[in-house]
Design a protein around this ligand. Structure first.
Ligand code: C2E
Ligand code: MG
Ligand code: MG
Length: 440
C-alpha cells in the first residue's frame, strides 16, 4: 500500500540538531524536486505532533529541556522503526514530524492509528513513565499545484481537528478549514473595519399592537467587508465574542446609535433598542459606558433599551445581574431577547432585572401553520404578562401571524410584515410618513 517516496542524500541534507532528521527547509527543497519529477501526481502528507503544546510547556517548566529532547529523540527512533522502507521522515517543527506517502488505500486509517499508538507508548524519563500525547493529521494533495507552506498548514489544521475531537488522527476537512480561516480573518479585520467605516447601522421599527404606533426601533449592525462582501452579524458577532473582540464593536454601536438619536432630536418614533452581547459584561462597566455616553451626547437614557439573550451565563453571574440593575436604574429598558429559544427558563426570569420579554422568532415566524408553537407562544406571552413584563413578538412576517399574537395578548411586534431593517435615510423617511400597516 505505502511506498517510499523519495530518498534523501544525507550528506547534503539540512539536519535538525536534536533528531538528526532532515528539517523543514530540506522538506521544502525535496518536495519541490519531487514536484518537478512527477508533476500533478497525488500524494498524502502526514504530520505527527509528538506533544500537546500546553503539556510540553508544563513539562519543560517542571523538568527542563533535556527530558523534552529525550522524548523527541525517542519519537524519532520509533518513527524510524515504523517507517523504515516506507517513507522519509522530516523534523518539520520543534515537536512535529512529517512524511509523504505516494499512495494510500482503505488501510490508511488503520495504518496511521497503529503508528500513533506505537508512538504513544510510555517513555521512561528519570524513572517516570511519560505517555507522549501524540496526534496526527493528514492531507491529500497534488504535487506542484500547491505551495509547500499551504500543504503543511492543511496538515497542521488536520492535527488540530484530531486534537479537538480527542482522536489519534484526523484528515484535512476543507469545509471546516474554510470556516476557520474566514473566522480568523474576520477577527483580524475588525479593527480596520471600525476605522474605515465598513460597519453601519440598520434600524427596524417595532409597533404597539393596540394602535399601530411605532414605539421603538432595533439597531442592527452590518459589515460590508471589502473582500468578503456583506457579512451577517449572526456570523461575525459570535466570532468576535469568542475572541474577546466584541467590546470595541459594542462601544461603537452604542456611540453611533446615540449620535443618531442626538441628530434626530424632535423625531417622535420613541426608543432605540441596542443588542448587547453576554461578553460585553466580561470585566467591563457597561452601565458606566451607557451613562457616560448618554451624558456626552445629551440623550435621555429613557430613549434607550438594551437587549440581552437570557442563558446560563446570565443566571450564574451575579455581577451581570448587578450591572443590569444599574442599567435599569438609569432609566434604560432591559429586554430579554430570543426568549423561548435555548435555555430560556421562567423560573429564573424574575431574578433578571428586565422589564421586556422578546419572544424568539422561532416561536413566531410561521406560527400560523404550527399548533404546537401557537400553544407555546400563547403560554409564554401570558405568563410573561402576568409576571409584569411588556411582551414583544419578533419575526412577524404575515398578517395572520400578527392576528394570532394579538389574540395571545402580545403588546408589541416587529418583523418583515411591517418593515425590514433599513438604513438611516429610509428609516427616517419611513418613520416620518406615519404609514404604519397596523394603524390602517
Ligand atoms: P436579534 O437581536 O434577535 O435581531 C433580530 C434579527 O431578525 C435581525 O437579524 C433581523 O434582521 C431579523 N428579522 C427581523 N424581522 C424578521 C422577520 O420578520 N423574519 C426574519 N426571518 N427575520 C427577521 P440580523 O440583523 O441579521 O441580526 C442577527 C443577530 O445578530 C441579532 O439577532 C443579534 O443577536 C445580532 N446582532 C445584530 N446587531 C448586533 C449588535 O449591534 N450587537 C450585538 N451584540 N449583536 C447584534
Ligand atoms: Mg435583538
Ligand atoms: Mg432576537
Amino acid at each position: 500500500m505505502l511506498q517510499d517516496v523519495y530518498a534523501l542524500t544525507p550528506a547534503t541534507a539540512r539536519l535538525d540538531p536534536i533528531s538528526r532528521l532532515p528539517d523543514r527547509v530540506q522538506f521544502a527543497v525535496d518536495l519541490e524536486k519531487l514536484a518537478c519529477q512527477h508533476p500533478g501526481q497525488p500524494r498524502t502528507l502526514v504530520l505527527v505532533d509528538a506533544l500537546d503544546m500546553a503539556w510540553a510547556h508544563g513539562m519543560t517548566l517542571a523538568m527542563g529541556l533535556a527530558p523534552f529532547e529525550d522524548i523527541i529523540r525517542c519519537i524519532t527512533s520509533r518513527l524510524h522503526e515504523q517507517l523504515d522502507g516506507v517513507a522519509q521522515v522530516y523534523h518539520i517543527g520543534v515537536k512535529r514530524f512529517g512524511f509523504v506517502l505516494a499512495a494510500t488505500g482503505d488501510d490508511f486509517p488503520a495504518f496511521i492509528e497503529g503508528l500513533v499508538d506505537s508512538l504513544r507508548k510510555p517513555i521512561l524519563l528519570d524513572s517516570l513513565p511519560i505517555r507522549p500525547t501524540v496526534r496526527a493529521g493528514s492531507v491529500d494533495f497534488a504535487l506542484n499545484t500547491e505551495a509547500v507552506g499551504d500543504v503543511l498548514r492543511k496538515a497542521m489544521y488536520a492535527g488540530e481537528l484530531a486534537l479537538r475531537a480527542g482522536l489519534r488522527w484526523a484528515p484535512f476537512d476543507p469545509v471546516r478549514d474554510a470556516a476557520y480561516r474566514r473566522a480568523f480573518y474576520l477577527v483580524a479585520d475588525i479593527a480596520e473595519a471600525l476605522a474605515d467605516g465598513q460597519l453601519s447601522l440598520r434600524f427596524q421599527p417595532r409597533f404597539a399592537i393596540a394602535d399601530g404606533a411605532q414605539v421603538s426601533a432595533e439597531v442592527l449592525l452590518r459589515w460590508q467587508h471589502p473582500r468578503l462582501g456583506a457579512v451577517s452579524p449572526a456570523e461575525f458577532i459570535p466570532v468576535l465574542e469568542r475572541n474577546g473582540m466584541i467590546h470595541e464593536v459594542t462601544r461603537w454601536v452604542i456611540d453611533s446609535a446615540l449620535v443618531r438619536l442626538a441628530q434626530w432630536q424632535g423625531q417622535t418614533f420613541g426608543q432605540l433598542s441596542i443588542n448587547l452581547s453576554p461578553m460585553d459584561f466580561d470585566g467591563h462597566d457597561v452601565s458606566g459606558t451607557l451613562r457616560r455616553l448618554c451624558h456626552a451626547h445629551g440623550i435621555d437614557p429613557q430613549r434607550l433599551e438594551v437587549e440581552i439573550t437570557e442563558g446560563e451565563w446570565l443566571r450564574s453571574n451575579p455581577r451581570v445581574l448587578g450591572e443590569l440593575a444599574q442599567i435599569r436604574a438609569l432609566g434604560i429598558d432591559v429586554a430579554i431577547d430570543d426568549f423561548g429559544s435555548g435555555y430560556s427558563n421562567f423560573s429564573y426570569l424574575h431574578e433578571i432585572p428586565a422589564n421586556v420579554v422578546k419572544l424568539d422568532q422561532s416561536m413566531v415566524t410561521g406560527i400560523e401553520g404550527n399548533p404546537r408553537y401557537q400553544k407555546i407562544a400563547r403560554s409564554i406571552l401570558s405568563l410573561a404578562r402576568e409576571l409584569g413584563y411588556r411582551t414583544v413578538a419578533e419575526g412577524v412576517e404575515t398578517f395572520r401571524c400578527l392576528q394570532m399574537i394579538r389574540e395571545f395578548g402580545c403588546d408589541e411586534a416587529q418583523g418583515y410584515f411591517f418593515a425590514k431593517p433599513m438604513d438611516e435615510g429610509q428609516f427616517l423617511a419611513w418613520s416620518e410618513s406615519g404609514v404604519f400597516p397596523l394603524a390602517q
